[in-house]
Every structure is written in C-alpha cells, then in structure tokens.
Design a protein. Sequence first.
Length: 243
Amino acid sequence: MFEETGYQLIPEVLDLPIVERLRTALETAGDASQRGESVYARRNILALHDVQAVAADPRVLALTGVATIPTRAIFFDKVPGANWHVGWHQDRAIAVAERIELPGWGPWTVKAGVLHVLPPAAILEKMITVRLHLDDCDQTNGPLRVLPGSHRHGILSQEQIAALRKEAPEVTCTGSVGSAVVMSPLLLHASSPAESPQHRRVLHLEFAPESLLPEGLFFASLPQPLPSAETLVPRGEGKGEMQ
C-alpha cells in the first residue's frame, strides 16, 4: 500500500497529554518563521526534550518501517495572522553537519543556521517523513493534499509536476488530534489556506537509516542523546479528554 501510494494515514498515534506537552514546548522554542507577530513555523526543534522523546517513541518509530534515526524536525501552524499557502512540491532538502562536495549533491543552503543540501533521489527514496497532528485537521483548516504515487517518478521538474497533476487525482489528508501522515519526501504535496484559521499545528519529523549518507557526510547531529521512551506519558492516560 505505502509503496504504491507514497503515504498512509495513521489514527491515534499520540495521546492527548503528549500532544499538550508538545504544544506547550513549541510555543516559544526553536527558530521562528513569522508574519508580523504570528509564528507559522519553527526550525531546529530536535533540541527540545519533548520533541526528542516523541521521535524516540516506539509507536512513532514503528511508522518508519525500518531502523531509522530522526534527522530533522519542523513545527508548522496556520493562524489568522499567518494563514499560508504551499504549492505542489517535494521535500528535497536534508540537514547535514558540514559541506562536502559530491557529484549530484546541491545546491547548498543555510536555513536557520543549519547547513542543508539537495541530495540525489536515491537518498530521499530511503527516507520517511512522519507528520503528527497536534490539532484536529479537517477540510476547513488547510490540510495536506497529496498526489498518490507521485513519489515513484524521482525528482520532478515543474513541467513534470504540472503533467502529474493532470493525471493523478489529489487526496486530502485529514485526521484527528494525535493522528499522523506517513509519507515519502518525494511525494508531491501541497496545502491551501485554512477557511477559518485558528490552529493547524503539525510536528514534521524526518527519519533516515543511520548509515545512509556517503562516507564523510553526516546528518546534522542532535544536541544530546535521545531520551528513553519511558519518559513519555503512558498510553491511555487522558483518554477522556479526547471527546
């Protein structure tokens, strides 16, 4: 199923107490992107204990399907002051520790103080993204839209993206708080502004096999070891609050 479509919707991954801890932790931490006073994204959030704990949660790691490590985490939100639109694209940049010139790698950029590079498709094909909903996400608040199967075409030009949009019907990825969208970075995806923006908070986690990169190149390292999953709120607590 996943190999064919490039994405999967998974309900009830995180319990509400964990979601609430993440919401609180992400209110002020990380490098903010904003419009006016409204923050719509935060980078470099793998430094946060609560984000590391979720990235180490066996329920989240099981969604990646293979032995992986977290390589990047980004927080997204949609609020009245920053109700943004994202066109059809693939997630092609990865965060790395230092620059090494390699054939087929580049261009190189710096985002919020961290070095990023566009790797070949063979690297991205082995990576997995887990997008965790920190709010209920329905048709009205700018959910993710995907083109199933588009990840199987490698890295796409704008002309190829336009052609695929005519061929493949899009799917809207809605879900309740605590649910997840698991997807290939190469899957074409987009989102529209929310019709009545309040919050559409998403924790975006990227995973890869630890030995994926060529010799001498490393993913941007975590600032401290991942905590044990035992530090998380046990599954089942706070269930009555999810009504």
